[in-house]
Design a protein around this ligand. Structure first.
Ligand code: LLP
Length: 470
C-alpha cells in the first residue's frame, strides 16, 4: 500500500453513534459495574468497600480488582437458574469455564458454590487440582490434547473428557487402556450454526478447528467408534456455538441439530444419549450497546427450546450442562490503571483527539486489538466538574494498535496521576495477558467487605529476567 501524508481523514474525534453523551460523566452506568461499586464520600470509586485510591497505594497499578461478592453471586445465579429451569426434567449442571480467568481462589469459590469446572489445558487442570477441586466435577476440553494431559486427567479421575476429533478417540482409549481405566467421554459436535459474534470467537460453523461435524457424518461415526470401545464410556454430546452471544436463536438451532443426532443414535444404534452439554457463550455488557439477558431468562428460554424439540422428536429431556465463563467472571472485575501522559493530538482543522496513556495496555487487555472490542472507562480516583470529552485510552506498548478503550467520555481535566477504571475485564483479559515489550503482568486482587487480598501476585522484572537463561 502506498504511504502518503496523513490528514484529517484518518482521524475522527467525534463520538461513535452508539456512545451517548453522559448526563453526568462521574456517574456509574448501571449494569457496567460490579454489584458493590459506588463512589465513596471523597468521590473515589469504591469496590468491595475498598477505595481505588487505597488499592493503588497499597497494591499498585495496573491491577485487576475482582469483586468477590459479585463473582460468586453470578456463579450461584447461573447454577440456580439452570437447576430451576430443568428441575422438572433430569436437572442441569453449570461448569465455570476456567479459560475466562482461573486461579486457585477462583477454583475454590466455584467449588464451594457448587459448580463444576471446565478446563482446556494441562495448566488449567493443574491449577484446579492444586486448589483441591474435586476431579469428578472437572471437564477436560481441548482440540489438541497431549498424551500427558489426557493421562493426568484420567489419573486424577476427571468427570469427563470432551473428545474433539476422530483421532482423539483412539488416543484416549489407548491411554485409558495403559492405565486400566474406562474413560468417561463426551463428543463435541459442530452444528453448523452461524452465531452472530466476532469470527474468532464463533465455533460452530463448519470451517474452523473445533469439534466433529454433524453435517459431514463425523459426529455419528465418532459415536459408533466410542460405543464400540471397551475403554470409553459415552457420557453424552457437547456443543459450544461461540462466545459473547446475545441471540438465543443460535442455541435453538444448535439444540435442534444435536437433538436430531440424539434421535438418530437412538433409532439406528439403540443407544440413549442422556447428557447434553450446550457450552457457554452468554454475552455481557461491555458498553451501552449491549443488553444481556439474566441467567433466569437464559435458562428459561433454553429450557423451553429443549423441551419443545424433545417433545417433537419423542425424546426425554436429557440432563443438561452449561459452561459460562465470561458471564460469571467478566462483570465481576475492573482493571485499575494509573494515568501517565495525556496528549492532545491535532488531526487537522478543528479535529483533535485526547490520548490518555495508562500504565498497562494490550499486554493486560488485548481484546480491543484482537476482537475490536469496545470497552468503557471512568475517572476513578475523583469526580470532576469539567465538561466531558471523547478520549482514547491507550497503553504503554510500542504499537499504535495498543488501545484499551477506543472511545469514551471523560472529564477534560483528566491528568497524570489520576486513576482510570475499566469495567468488565474479568474474562479473557488476565487469561490472555502477555509480556509484550517485557512488561510484567499485573496483580489480581480480590476485594470484599472492606478488605483486599492478592489472588495472583504482580510479576516482577526479576520474574522476567529469571526466564532468560541463555
Ligand atoms: N465452553 C467451551 C467449550 C468454550 O470453548 C468456551 C469458550 C466456553 C465454554 C466459555 O465461553 P464464554 O461463556 O466465556 O463465552 N478469548 C475470547 C473468547 C474465547 C472463548 C473460547 N471458548 C474473547 O476474549 O472474547
Amino acid at each position: 500500500m502506498r504511504a502518503h501524508e496523513a490528514g484529517a481523514l484518518h482521524g475522527n474525534d467525534a463520538a461513535p453513534t452508539w456512545l451517548p453523551y453522559p448526563a453526568d460523566v462521574n456517574a456509574l452506568i448501571p449494569g457496567l459495574w460490579s454489584s458493590t461499586c459506588r463512589r465513596d464520600a471523597e468521590g473515589a470509586l469504591e469496590v468491595g468497600g475498598v477505595s481505588v485510591t487505597r488499592i493503588a497505594e497499597e497494591a499498585g497499578t495496573p491491577t485487576f480488582v475482582v469483586d468477590e461478592t459479585d463473582f460468586r453471586e453470578r456463579a450461584r445465579a447461573f447454577r440456580d437458574a439452570f437447576a430451576t429451569a430443568f428441575a422438572p426434567h433430569a436437572g442441569a449442571d453449570v461448569y465455570y469455564a476456567g479459560k475466562a480467568f482461573l486461579c486457585g481462589a477462583v477454583a475454590r469459590w466455584v467449588q464451594e458454590d457448587g459448580l463444576g469446572l471446565d478446563v482446556c489445558t494441562g495448566g488449567e487442570l493443574a491449577i484446579a487440582l492444586r486448589a483441591g477441586f474435586p476431579a469428578e466435577r472437572i471437564a477436560l476440553h481441548g482440540n489438541n490434547k497431549s498424551d500427558s494431559e489426557i493421562r493426568r486427567a484420567l489419573e486424577a479421575g476427571v468427570g469427563r473428557i470432551v473428545i474433539d476429533s476422530l483421532p482423539e478417540i483412539e488416543q484416549v482409549a489407548e491411554i485409558a487402556g495403559q492405565l486400566d481405566v474406562t474413560a468417561p467421554v463426551m463428543l463435541r459436535v459442530t452444528t453448523g450454526v452461524e452465531a452472530h459474534t466476532h469470527e474468532f470467537i464463533a465455533t460452530a460453523h463448519e470451517d474452523q478447528k473445533f469439534g466433529l461435524s454433524i453435517t459431514s457424518g463425523d459426529a455419528f461415526t465418532a459415536v459408533q467408534q466410542v460405543l464400540a470401545s471397551d475403554r470409553l464410556a459415552l457420557h453424552g454430546l457437547h456443543s459450544h456455538i461461540g462466545s459473547q452471544i446475545f441471540d438465543v436463536g443460535g442455541f435453538e438451532v444448535a439444540a435442534r441439530r444435536v437433538l436430531d443426532l440424539v434421535a438418530r443414535i437412538r433409532a439406528e444404534l439403540g443407544h440413549t444419549i442422556d447428557h447434553l452439554d450446550l457450552g457457554g457463550g452468554f454475552g455481557v455488557m461491555y458498553n451501552t450497546q449491549h443488553t444481556p439477558s439474566t441467567p433466569e431468562q437464559l435458562a428459561g428460554g433454553i429450557a423451553g427450546i429443549i423441551e419443545k424439540e424433545c417433545h417433537e422428536l419423542g425424546l426425554e429431556v436429557p440432563h443438561v450442562a452449561f459452561e459460562p465463563g465470561r458471564a460469571i467472571a467478566g462483570p465481576s472485575t475492573l482493571t485499575l490503571y494509573g494515568v501517565g501522559t495525556v496528549k492532545d493530538v491535532r488531526l487537522g482543522g478543528p479535529h483533535h483527539r485526547l490520548y490518555v496513556s495508562v500504565d498497562g495496555g494490550m499486554s493486560d487487555n488485548v481484546r480491543t486489538a484482537l476482537y475490536d472490542a469496545d470497552y468503557s472507562c471512568l475517572l476513578a480516583s475523583r469526580v470532576s466538574d469539567e465538561a466531558p470529552e471523547v478520549v482514547r485510552v491507550v497503553g504503554k506498548h510500542c504499537e499504535s494498535g495498543d488501545i484499551v478503550v477506543k472511545d469514551e467520555y471523560m472529564p477534560l481535566d483528566v491528568q497524570r496521576g489520576d486513576l482510570v477504571a475499566v469495567p468488565v475485564t474479568g474474562a479473557y483479559c488476565y487469561s490472555l495477558a502477555s509480556n509484550y515489550n517485557h512488561v510484567p503482568r499485573p496483580a489480581v486482587i480480590a476485594v470484599k467487605d472492606g478488605q483486599w487480598r492478592t489472588l495472583v501476585r504482580r510479576e516482577s522484572e526479576d520474574d522476567l529476567l529469571a526466564l532468560d537463561v541463555g
